[in-house]
Design a protein around this ligand. Sequence first.
Ligand code: NAD
Length: 478
Amino acid sequence: MSDHPSLDLLVDGDWLGPEGRTTEDVLNPATGEAIAALPHATEADLDRAAAAAARAFPGWRRTPAYDRAQILRKGAQLLRERVEPLARAMTVEQGKPLAESRAEIMIAADIIDFTADEGRRTYGRVVPSRVPGVLWTVRREPVGPVAAFTPWNFPGVIPSRKIAAALATGCTMVIKPSEETPSTVLAIARALTDAGLPPGVLNVVHGVPGEVSARLIFAPEIRKITFTGSIPVGQHLAELAAKAGVKRATMELGGHAPVLVAEDADLDHAIATLVQQKFRNAGQVCISPTRFYVHESLHDRFVDGFARAAEALQVGDGLADGTQMGPLANPRRVEAMGRMVADAVDRGARLATGGEPVGNRGNFYRPTVLANVPEDADIMNNEPFGPVAVTAPVASLDEAIERANRLPFGLAAYAFTASGRTAQRIADEVEAGMIGINNPFISMAETPFGGVKQSGYGSEGGTEGMDAYLVTKSVSQS
Ligand code: NAD
């Protein structure tokens, strides 16, 4: 596609094209067609990027937080002004409806604004000294050059959290976006560069994920790793970070969000909220509501209402008017949906709607609801990361909480109830990093995003999001 933005590397302020580098085709998931060629960084490019981030660090660190925030805020404003072409490129690479891509660019800008200002409010402490004549201060300093690895499902929001928090606190970065959806990170880098970001503060590289991450993690200049993606890859990268010199790491990994629908829930409100959340980005969301534990008195009505609403969704090319759910981002997900749905049905689940691909071009899959799914089905234990909701009736709140907590993940959870007491118990007892009770608003610029158990460690967003990029120094001075 000729109007697709040029996909380059950004190393030390230089935009580098395909000359002398191998390339990879970026595909449109709605058509399967190649839309652009992405150059891979050579080992020399990667080494140069890490060295550039290290060279830029002292100057960027000394730049007042106020001035860093000005550049970040100006970059955010440029993203807003460029929203139309950026959203279009995101949809063509990733598949999500254009309205979702537009919203994502605006949210990325919002995250950059909030985080830029949070950087100006990152203070230390003065600790009252027990020794006369001695002053104790606790400083929070930027950790240093960061290597960031981001996935294909939210090519704007996920990188913007990492880039903004690193740069606002005075760190520099080398980031590798997903090779499947690289244009948004490049657009963020372009906007920040146009806003006055000095060369080397933010570098963007592409390549074979395992090769790029190993080279950067072991680069002596890199002091911190941040990754969003699957649990197995997170485990691998955390191990490399330890071996490379006990480097700090933030891991935002998978989830398998339970939804507890209590006996007294407002069913219509629950269905309307959850259908929208489930099929947003075709379910390829780590906080997507997935395991629906519904009180037995409501279960069948819930399944009927949810399935009808799922069937009414318009599935199509994300660029087409009226599309509410686009294709899955890659053929791997279509294959995974087929496998997981077949396994659940074999084990006795009822297919209430969907359960098949759509058409013979692109990675389309029907919005799907599986009811009465047994706990031993693969889909009850492994994140589907696609447009499939699975339900099971439960007899009590105790049972719902126990089943919600039975997996080794804990990213998001949702609940619907009219009772303050039930809401409180769920808030207290469900093991998750984020819980939405009667609403879906759990991922905002100003609130922390992160999980417990195997869903990872470290928060992004909110005041907590700055901690990942700061080290603590205690000074005793007399
Ligand atoms: P995957 O596990 O191969 O890759 C997940 C992400 O990690 C991709 O962006 C990939 O580029 C990156 N990656 C893979 N190996 C890497 C390495 N050695 N170093 C650095 N980055 C590496 O699988 P996939 O097919 O792309 O996605 C499948 C699963 O990943 C999904 O089912 C979901 O569970 C998980 N996922 C989670 C998120 C999230 O937001 N937490 C995002 C995307 C994928």
